[in-house]
Write a protein that binds this ligand. Structure first.
Ligand code: HEC
Length: 154
């Protein structure tokens, strides 16, 4: 699959990211979801906070730091070696669902060692990325049974 990130338009999601930036939400959450103050517990669009299963996200964060951050940045913000994955603009919506994203990442990432993670590790790291982007619900464990139903499009 070709890279989608270069032609991602800065649309409504970009505006939402601007709001998130103003709230200081672009850095990775460093506290458990339950400890996030209620004032910050809403999406920029005003919807409820949506934080994925904490254990899976914590595992995914560790995998991200070990295997993805050197190219995608310690906070997923992107580097010269890889595009932004967390915050806006990112190209995640181009994969349509979490399943589409999984299919791409399992075949192409890490770019220097494609397919080198176990399937569970791919699910965990994607749960971390989707959670950081508020794209996955609080009670959802990302996996083969749930990925098709998690939409990444606005
Ligand atoms: C050696 C550098 C490198 C590493 C390590 C790496 N990536 Fe990437 N990644 C890239 C590059 C370069 C692209 C863009 C080119 C492409 O799409 O093939 C990319 C694209 C992506 C995309 C698609 C982004 C978009 O907007 O289309 C995702 C998702 C992604 N990487 C996830 C990961 C994950 C998860 C890991 C860790 C398991 C990882 N990457 C590790 C370099 C890297």
């Amino acid at each position: 699959m070709t890279a989608l990130w270069r032609r991602t338009p800065l649309g409504l999601a970009g505006l939402a990211a601007g709001a998130a930036l103003a709230l200081g939400l672009t850095s990775l959450p460093v506290v458990p979801a339950a400890a996030v103050p209620t004032g910050l517990g809403s999406t920029p669009a005003g919807g409820p906070a949506r934080v994925a299963t904490a254990e899976q996200v914590a595992r995914g964060r560790a995998i991200f730091e070990a295997r993805c951050a050197k190219c995608h940045g310690p906070e997923g913000q992107g580097t010269t070696e890889g595009p932004r994955l967390i915050g806006q603009p990112n190209g995640l919506s181009g994969y349509r669902t979490a399943k589409g994203l999984f299919d791409f990442v399992t075949s192409d990432m890490p770019a220097d060692a494609p397919g080198s993670l176990r399937p569970e590790e791919y699910w965990d790291v994607l749960a971390f990325i989707l959670d950081a982007n508020r794209l996955i619900g609080p009670d959802v464990t990302l996996g083969p049974d749930t990925a098709e139903g998690i939409r990444l499009e606005p």
